[in-house]
Design a protein around this ligand. Structure first.
Ligand code: KIV
Length: 289
């Protein structure tokens, strides 16, 4: 799809004129997997700002406003301190900046685990205030009742199993999960429970590859891998990792660009020109008519 996206620079950089295309729906994404097979893998990236969304939208089926924004945008040590207000502000920005991909917003830690009712209230607020199509939550069997409660009330839910970053304090770090048979079995059972409860899709993060493959084969809904397997039904990466914004590159990340170097070099060139007074030049200044 070529973009007909335009910025209305007369008013604001952030005021898009969206192309008149129909946004992908959650049922359409769910239908990608039929009888255990997915012909067209689901492409998902995180997005946190309107401009990122504008750039990613035409290439993606799903844009996830991940609570990874805690570390990526806010420099927090984990996703645990992320608040609902943060997720709503960034969720609304990503919906404003997109017109084709379905947008999902992560339920932040502490806003949904207490009860299905709490999860419903949080999710309803997110859908009302952002325009997103659904939510993602972490946890397996323990969250199945909540997933059922939400989906029966019109809220599409993506599950998230394996390495669940909100549980970092319990897991003790971000290492790959499922290295022993008991944990492997639990992860697959977690996925089955979410699938049976009505999750339209499940992220599997940071597991040894045979688990990701077994899970993909075991559930009826599309499984999206991050540190999983190419045999999952789709893939997701944190966009800032994918474009090379950070020095640290986790094993499961492939860098498709080195944007950090581009920004750093641009800042160095700008600083030099400010210091030697070659910026602004005649082209960047207003001259009397
Ligand atoms: O918060 C996030 O970015 C995520 C993805 C890594 C799946 O949950």
């Amino acid at each position: 799809m070529s973009t007909t996206f335009q910025l209305d620079t007369a008013t604001s950089r952030a005021n898009p004129t969206p192309a008149p295309v129909k946004r992908l729906t959650i049922p359409a994404i769910r239908r990608r997997k039929k009888n255990g097979e997915t012909q067209e893998p689901v492409v998902m990236l995180t997005a946190y700002t309107a401009r990122q969304a504008q750039l990613l939208d035409e290439h993606c089926d799903l844009l996830l406003v991940g609570d990874s924004l805690g570390q990526v945008i806010y420099g927090l040590p984990s996703s645990v301190p992320v608040t609902l207000d943060m997720m709503i502000a960034h969720g609304a920005a990503v919906v404003r900046g997109s017109w084709h991909a379905a947008v999902l917003v992560d339920l932040p830690f502490g806003t949904y685990e207490g009860s299905p009712q709490q999860a419903f209230e949080t999710s309803a607020r997110i859908l009302k205030e952002t325009g997103a199509a659904g939510v993602k939550l972490e946890g397996g069997e323990a969250m199945a009742e909540t997933v059922r409660f939400l989906t029966q009330r019109g809220i599409p839910v993506m599950g998230h199993v394996g390495l669940t970053p909100q549980a970092v304090n319990q897991l003790g770090g971000y290492g790959a999960r499922g290295r022993d048979a008991a944990e492997a079995e639990k992860i697959i059972n977690d996925a089955k429970a979410l699938d049976e409860a009505g999750a339209f899709s499940i992220v599997v993060e940071g597991v040894v590859e045979p688990i990701a493959i077994a899970m993909t084969e075991a559930v009826s809904c599309p499984v999206i891998g991050i540190g999983g397997s190419a045999r999952c039904d789709g893939q997701v990466l944190v966009v800032d990792d994918m474009v090379g914004m950070f020095e640290r590159v986790p094993r499961f990340v492939k860098r498709y660009a080195d944007v950090a170097s581009v920004i750093s070099q641009a800042a160095a060139d700008y600083a030099a020109e400010v210091r030697n007074r070659s910026f602004p030049g005649i082209e960047q200044t207003y001259q009397p008519k």
